[in-house]
Design a protein. Structure first.
Ligand code: SF4
Length: 303
């Protein structure tokens, strides 16, 4: 079940990227020390214009992300509530008292309790909603873990809850920036929790799916991936800081536009796609819509 994921994807990604010299004009729209995250960097990789609109121009959303909007809002809220349920459970609240009334949420909750996804994971330190950050260039790179489980000096496991309607395949998951940024940040910034320096080989990442509790995806990490990720992320951030075009390039992938809140601004249509037509997880796909869901919205325990 455990492997390193499609390393080739990242190899090609690094080779394809040149590192420009950051220019003052490229930095102007962002705060002096911008907190890059998997969401903002994934936005940039998916569509540079989306990153510009959302983070550089702070553009509010002119269109609903997806239709039907009420269904989407409800689904997003369920995902948010599920994370909060587990957070409260791990903080010691009684599982029975947490049982939700909502049908889908209760199904996820029962899957969680029955499958016990944290069984066998390190238990010396187990904490929900842990935030860590590390410097990168002269900016910050931030990661927020749904659960961090550590046996100091031995191993550290990041667990991420997924409430996606459509389960991404392993290759797609491995190619998401989250799969690299989470272990990278933990390796760089987690030593104080680990009781000493933390080797990449001591880190793994688990995606657990509320709809498929018996089929988590597990990704190992190692030194080669770590150095590769550093090179890739530094190149990506330098490229962003160096951008000085008035209008950043729009994605060629028009499918992304059908459920992007900026589509009317980009002349990529005004009709939203329906959730059922997309494979995107509204919890992950965060173009900044009014129904946007981000774990950044949740209460957290940060370090
Ligand atoms: S509508 Fe398409 S091109 Fe415009 S920001 Fe969104 S994804 Fe990018």
């Amino acid at each position: 079940m455990t492997d390193k994921g499609p390393f080739d994807h990242w190899q090609r990604a690094v080779e394809a990227r040149t590192i420009p010299t950051p220019t003052p004009s490229g930095r102007e729209g962002l705060s002096p020390v911008f907190q890059f995250s998997q969401n903002s960097l994934q936005d940039y990789v998916d569509c540079q214009r989306r990153f510009q609109l959302r983070y550089v121009l702070d553009q509010r959303w002119p269109a609903a992300e997806s239709e039907p909007i009420e269904e989407h809002e409800h689904f997003v809220e369920q995902g948010s509530q599920f994370h909060l349920l587990i957070q409260r459970h791990l903080l010691g609240l009684d599982a029975e008292k947490l049982t939700p009334a909502d049908d889908l949420l209760r199904e996820w909750w029962e899957n969680y309790l029955a499958s016990d996804p944290l069984k066998g994971l390190p238990n010396t330190f187990r904490q929900p909603e842990v935030q860590l950050s590390t410097p990168m260039l002269d900016q910050r790179l931030l990661a927020r873990f749904d659960v961090l489980a550590i046996d100091p000096g031995e191993r550290a496991v990041i667990v991420d809850w997924k409430t996606t309607r459509y389960r991404p395949d392993r290759r797609t998951l491995a190619a998401r920036l989250q799969s690299r940024i989470y272990p990278f940040v933990l390796a760089e910034a987690g030593a104080f929790l680990f009781g000493g320096s933390l080797a990449p080989e001591q880190i793994s990442l688990i995606y657990w799916f509320a709809n498929e509790p018996g089929r988590p995806e597990v990704f190992a990490y190692d030194q080669a991936q770590h150095e590769h990720t550093r090179t890739y992320l530094e190149g990506l951030i330098a490229e962003i800081l160096g951008f000085d075009q008035e209008t950043w390039p729009l994605t060629d992938d028009h499918d992304l536009c059908s459920y992007c809140v900026y589509r009317s601004l980009c002349d990529r249509g005004t009709e939203a796609g329906t959730i059922r037509e997309t494979a995107a997880d509204p919890g992950e796909f965060e173009p900044g819509g009014a129904v946007d869901f981000s774990l950044d919205d949740l209460d957290e325990i940060s370090f």
